[in-house]
Design a protein around this ligand. Structure first.
Ligand code: CP
Length: 300
């Protein structure tokens, strides 16, 4: 695998290998060295978890890393994105982690490059966020091994969520038992890759083993798609009342960043069922497994 762009590249066996390798990194704390490589983060949208975890993953694997400060880069002087990549590549950068608001941006770049560069999609528009879905499944697998027996409910702005798209792909690949996509009508997708759509939080959460709630992405909404914070919280918030629709040992997850009191209440985000910080922690190990696979063709 030369690039890591979307879940559709992967087989279920490869997903399992990634998860087991990431769990091995987490358990043993023993990491190989890939010191002859350089990683560059190019984030055209804000990020905390993804950007930092790729840097920490690189650091653990002895890969040098840089964060290109795009506010002060020469793209502001008219340099094209492609020329930026070529110049960084000439200086030795061979791993490019890219987040962009344009769907398919990393995929198009990967198709246009002929050299040894590896492109990693860290989120493209509303299209996909594959490393997030992988770390989410690592976190689920760590606690509930039988994915085929699980009911997962994804709650929120499904139609604008790249995370929800990648989670649908991965749920299909790994044959998750049931996937409920819970959203108000304004945020329901026109089509789905896997699972079923419901506007009923109660039905969607009924007997769920895992709830993945999403941030309300106001920056992606048109005026006619906006819903008041209070109305959203009343109808779709994950609270001490609504969590009771799900199984008692339900895992509460969120890719982050969370907006407390909007899609999730603080007592749930910080409560005993919450795995939100476990997701952030696992992100480092999953991204190590992804970097390793690109550099060593292992796992393959
Ligand atoms: N989940 C996620 O992508 O978080 P960041 O935007 O902080 O990277």
């Amino acid at each position: 695998m030369k690039h890591f762009l979307e879940i559709s590249q992967l087989s279920s066996d490869l997903v399992k290998k990634f998860i087991l390798r990431a769990l091995e990194f987490k358990k043993t704390g023993q990491y190989p060295s890939y010191s002859n490589n350089i990683l560059a983060n190019l984030f055209y949208e804000n990020s905390t978890r993804t950007r930092v975890s790729f840097m920490l993953a690189a650091n653990n694997l002895r890969i040098a890393s840089i964060n290109l400060d795009l506010q002060h880069s020469s793209e502001k002087k008219g340099e094209s994105f492609e020329d930026t990549i070529l110049n960084l590549s000439a200086m030795g950068v061979n791993l490019f982690v890219i987040r962009h608001n344009q769907n398919g941006f990393s995929q198009a770049l990967a198709n246009s490059l002929l050299g040894d560069e590896h492109i990693i999609n860290a989120g493209d528009g509303t299209h996909s966020h594959p490393s997030q879905a992988m770390l989410d499944f690592m976190t689920i697998f760590e606690h509930k091994k039988h994915l085929k027996d699980l009911k997962i409910a994804i709650v929120g702005n499904i139609s604008h969520s790249r995370v929800a798209n990648s989670l649908q792909s991965l749920s299909s690949l790994m044959e998750v038992g049931e996937l409920a996509l819970v959203a108000p009508e304004a945020w329901q997708p026109e089509s789905t890759q896997y699972g079923y759509v419901t506007s009923s939080l109660k039905d969607g959460l009924a007997d769920a083993d895992v709830i993945i709630t999403l941030r309300v992405q106001n920056e992606r909404l048109l005026d006619n798609q906006k819903i008041s914070v209070a109305a959203y919280h009343d109808n779709y918030g994950i609270t001490s009342k609504t969590i009771k629709y799900a199984k008692k040992d339900v895992m509460i997850m969120h890719p982050g960043p969370i907006n407390r009191g909007v899609e999730i209440d603080s007592d749930i985000a910080d409560g005993e069922n919450s795995f939100i910080l476990q997701q952030a922690k696992n992100g480092v190990f999953m991204r190590m497994a992804i970097l390793e696979s690109l550099l060593s063709q292992s796992p393959s």
